[in-house]
Design a protein. Structure first.
Length: 191
C-alpha cells in the first residue's frame, strides 16, 4: 500500500459530491478563477491575519479554489493555468468541514495525528487551518478557509467570524444566480 492510498482511508467519504456538482452548475459556479471570490479570499485573509485563504468548490474528483489569496494575478501566474487552483480531495482539511457541515479550527495540525500526516503539511507547509462550510438549502457547496504556515490560535471570535462570512458568501452566490437567470437555476431547469 502506498502512502497516498493510506490518506484516502482517513479522508471522509463525500456522499453529497454528485448532488453538489449539479447544484454548483445550477448556481453558475464552475471550476474557474472568480475575481469576486479572489477579493473575498483577500478580505478573509486580512480579517483573520492569515497568509492564505480560499473559496473552495468541492467536486467529486477534486477541490477547486475559485477564490484564492494570494490570487494568481498577485503571484504573476495565469489564472487559467495556476497549479495552486486545484487540489486532490485527500489533500487539506476542507473535506472534513464539508462532510461534517461544521466549522473547524486547528491551531496546530501537528498536534493531531489525523491531520499531521496530510500531504499539505509537507508540500505546502500548512500548520494551522480554519474553515467553514458554504451551505444552502440543497446541502454543502464547498468551504471558505484560511491557512497559516505557523501555528495560529484561532479563537471563538475567529470561528464565529468565518461562519458568518460563509453565510454571507452563500447569500451573495444566490443573489448572483438570481441576477443571471432570475431564480438560481440554469435556464430550462425545473426549480
Amino acid at each position: 500500500m502506498t502512502l497516498r492510498h493510506a490518506f484516502r482511508l482517513v479522508t471522509p467519504l463525500d456522499e453529497e459530491a454528485p448532488r453538489r456538482a449539479v447544484r454548483l452548475r445550477e448556481l453558475g459556479l464552475r471550476e474557474e478563477p472568480d475575481p469576486e471570490f479572489d477579493e473575498f479570499a483577500r478580505e478573509l485573509a486580512r480579517s483573520l491575519n492569515a497568509p492564505f485563504s480560499m473559496v473552495n468548490l468541492i467536486g467529486p474528483e477534486r477541490q477547486y479554489f475559485a477564490g484564492l489569496y494570494p490570487s494568481s494575478l498577485d503571484r504573476g501566474v495565469d489564472p487559467a493555468t495556476d497549479p495552486f487552483r486545484a487540489m486532490a480531495c485527500d489533500h487539506g482539511y476542507c473535506m472534513y468541514v464539508v462532510t461534517r457541515r461544521h466549522a473547524m479550527a486547528v491551531n496546530e495540525v501537528k498536534d493531531f495525528h489525523l491531520f499531521a500526516g496530510n500531504p499539505v503539511v509537507d508540500e505546502i507547509g500548512v500548520r494551522a487551518y480554519l474553515g467553514a462550510p458554504l451551505i444552502d438549502q440543497s446541502g454543502t457547496l464547498g468551504t471558505i478557509c484560511v491557512v497559516d504556515t505557523e501555528p495560529h490560535d484561532w479563537g471563538t471570535q475567529d470561528v464565529s467570524f468565518i461562519k458568518a462570512r460563509a453565510t454571507e458568501l452563500v447569500e451573495r452566490i444566490h443573489r448572483r444566480a438570481q441576477l443571471q437567470n432570475g431564480h438560481g437555476y440554469p435556464p430550462g431547469a425545473a426549480s
